[in-house]
Design a protein around this ligand. Structure first.
Ligand SMILES: [Zn+2]
Length: 288
């Protein structure tokens, strides 16, 4: 079960808490118990620490406002269809399209919203233009950002999730973020957060130099040995990397292409990836 709620210290810190109904928390007791058994002392400490911290600060993580993907003027609202990606909840999907969770429940006749299935198609009534929803969690884990390409013409977080499960990676999609093209029912430049980001877990994207536990993995859909990065993907990448870099205090020389990691033998993210343009835009983008 995935923790994906409007981020607050409470729902982020307590192991096993998976949802909130009104003012009541819904608790996944087997999971909470398993965590408590294995790390009982830590659990008790966490409770005390959380009580102390919530008294001081109620919103430690923040969901950053991102501009709509298109740079043109916002189009009119219209009904849209959305395929549920890995880790997505009604809260997240509602935020993407600026519609309420209640509207999504009613329109799709969902009797138990927690049963949302990956791959399920939802109708989104009167949807605004889609916006990425990226939550910046409190963490001192992240020291690097590593950029990848998928090496494929199409893809999405959902497709990579299935592919990586088939490779035997039991947590599925190995990246923390995917930046789409206009393939696989996605929009060019759309940023998807994966469950590994939402749960703040190690990536499975770069074994070299033991990067997986300390590097945020971002994958752009495309094969940049053969094609170019689209302008919308680049704008989304610059925006995302700068937000992450500033929040986690990651220096510029810790933003690397996969192939630049010591010990990695790969062209990833592709011979046509425009490193000069990317790093210039990172340095110059105060407002991007
Ligand atoms: Zn790679």
């Amino acid at each position: 079960m995935i923790i994906d709620l409007p981020p607050t210290r409470k729902n982020y810190r307590f192991p096993g808490i998976i949802g909130a109904k009104g003012r009541r928390f819904v608790i996944d007791w087997p999971k909470a118990k398993e965590k408590a058994n294995s790390r009982f002392f830590y659990f008790i400490l966490t409770i005390f620490a959380s009580l102390y911290i919530t008294a001081c600060s109620s919103v430690p993580s923040k969901t950053i406002p991102m501009p709509p993907i298109s740079t043109s003027l916002p189009g009119p609202r219209m009904d849209a269809f959305h395929t549920v990606g890995p880790g997505e909840t009604l809260w997240r999907i509602g935020k993407m399209y600026d519609v309420s969770v209640d509207e999504l429940i009613q329109t799709n006749h969902l009797s138990n919203p927690q049963d949302l299935k990956m791959g399920q198609e939802l109708k989104v009534p009167n949807a605004a233009q889609i916006k990425p929803v990226v939550t910046l969690y409190p963490s001192d884990k992240w020291e690097y950002i590593i950029i990848h390409h998928s090496g494929t013409e199409e893809g999405s977080a959902l497709q990579f999730h299935h592919w990586h499960l088939n490779k035997g990676w039991d947590k599925g999609v190995g990246y923390h973020f995917v930046i789409d093209t206009n393939q696989s029912s996605k929009q060019d430049g759309q940023i998807e957060s994966t469950p590994r980001w939402i749960k703040q877990e190690d990536g499975a994207h770069c074994k070299a130099d033991e990067m997986n536990p300390r590097a945020i993995g971002i994958c752009l859909v495309g094969n940049f040995d053969e094609e170019k990065v689209s302008q919308k993907q680049m704008a989304a990448l610059v925006f995302l990397v700068n937000k992450l870099r500033r929040h986690y205090k990651i220096p510029m020389d810790h933003v690397l292409g996969h192939g630049k990691v010591p010990g990695a033998s790969t062209h990833c993210p592709g011979i046509h990836f425009p490193w000069g343009e990317f790093t210039n835009r990172l340095r110059n983008a105060h407002s991007e």
